[in-house]
Write a protein that binds this ligand. Sequence first.
Ligand code: ATP
Ligand code: PRP
Ligand code: NIO
Length: 472
Amino acid sequence: MLSDLYELTMGNGYLQATPDLTGYFDVYFRKVPDDGGLVIFAGLQQVIDYVNDLHFDDEDLAYLKSLGIFKDEFLAYLKDFKFSCDIWSMPEGMPVYANEPLMTVRGPLIQAQLLETMILNTVNHQSLIATKARRITHAAGDKPVMEFGARRAQGPDAANYGARASVIGGAQSTSNVMAGQMFDIPVAGTMAHSWIETFPTEYDAFHTWAELYPHNCALLVDTYDVLHSGVPNAIEVFKELKGQGIEDHIGIRIDSGDITYLTKKARKMLDDAGFPNATITISNALDEWVIKTVLSDGAQVDAFGVGEKLITAKSDAVLSGVYKLVATEKDGQITPKIKISDSVAKTTVPGFKNVYRLYNDDGMAFADLLTLHDEKLPTEQPLHVMNANPEKTHRQATVDNYTAEDIRPQIFKNGKQVYHSPSVLEIQKFSKEQLARQWDEVKRVTNPDVYNVDWSPRLAEVSARLLAERSK
Ligand SMILES: Nc1ncnc2c1ncn2[C@@H]1O[C@H](COP(=O)(O)OP(=O)(O)OP(=O)(O)O)[C@@H](O)[C@H]1O
Ligand SMILES: O=P(O)(O)OC[C@H]1O[C@H](OP(=O)(O)OP(=O)(O)O)[C@H](O)[C@@H]1O
Ligand SMILES: O=C(O)c1cccnc1
């Protein structure tokens, strides 16, 4: 029932007007948030779960009937709903680019149309957060990032699925226990200022904590004064418990003030006191830009806690993925479809398509190639391609010495799941492996290079033909 009304009113109409027509829909986006170089695709698992459970119960049907706009025949169709679509999709964690089909849904129009709202809701949200997490973890380099955003997320679903997406995008853990339980991802955390304030002294608070949690002893040192109270008290507690096995699990967290200045001073104090292994975690409205700045200024940081700016993707909070009809099929005959717009960016790319990733001799990806579905995996050397960016279609290229990979496995075949779902941590690993095959120039946070998404000449021909026909 999480569906825009028009999916259902169209479904009601398709059943009467075009009952035997098959539709092909592509999911894609036109712009990477934050003017970034790539998006990390996420949310497929929740689409799979949704599709596997797609049904209308008596209460749903009674509600829809009460709206007074649906034919009984349509309500009967929903009652006996049996999903029979095919779905192809990028795997979760994949670096993906503008104007390429991330998913393609093929099936009875009435069914394929119905999936639009939920697919976009799920994929747009999780890909947005995974992409933000990728930017933040990229800025953090090899230092771990903990996701701390549940309290600032836009509601419970955003907290839970946002935590999942953050881990896909590279976060090492989440503070959100429900997300840990739901998705089997690591949970972690430190303590709040309330813990410190509860005790007569900061020292008492630290000491009690260290005895309680000798294996996870990160003390929050900024309640009163980081350098004159917090760090000295932490050191005193560490000294007292030295030799009791806590040395490798100790650290401090700084949650306010000038990160660069305070961490440099704190690092020196900890080192001078004989605790070079004590880690320094920082938090406080962090994002990729603050992290990059403080690290380049020499801040002494071992880990980051990142909340509101990650879980809300604050700097650019929408991924505008769309779901567009690209072809219909009747009696085995596929007819490409196009939507024309004054804005070239909003003109759709017609046809049932495949997506190939092209790699050079070193295994580095240099372009994605869209072809019509019946074109074979490209092997001819050299290969002629055309730029798919609607503003750059005049740019053509000839590529040589490449290998091509079909990067969209089939997920559903005739309504049955044919894809083995990886765990979230497996997805995170896959994402890192795929990112290692992307150029640094595309991955950087500021002014990245634009990755090539190309069309095969046949696909370009179909697009040009449909445009010309419709413009007559
Ligand atoms: N050395 C630094 N360089 C760049 N940005 C920093 C540095 N230190 C802190 N920041 C960032 O600047 C922003 C403001 O930090 P500041 O501690 O002044 O904030 P605040 O919210 O006023 O803190 P407080 O919790 O003390 O009220 C935060 O996003 C913080 O992460
Ligand atoms: O700043 P974020 O990236 O969202 O990270 C999470 C924040 O949540 C906690 O703050 P809390 O809710 O206790 O309030 P605070 O902002 O006053 O520290 C924590 O101390 C961080 O500051
Ligand atoms: O565990 C922490 O330190 C934590 C958790 C949520 C938000 N801020 C901090």
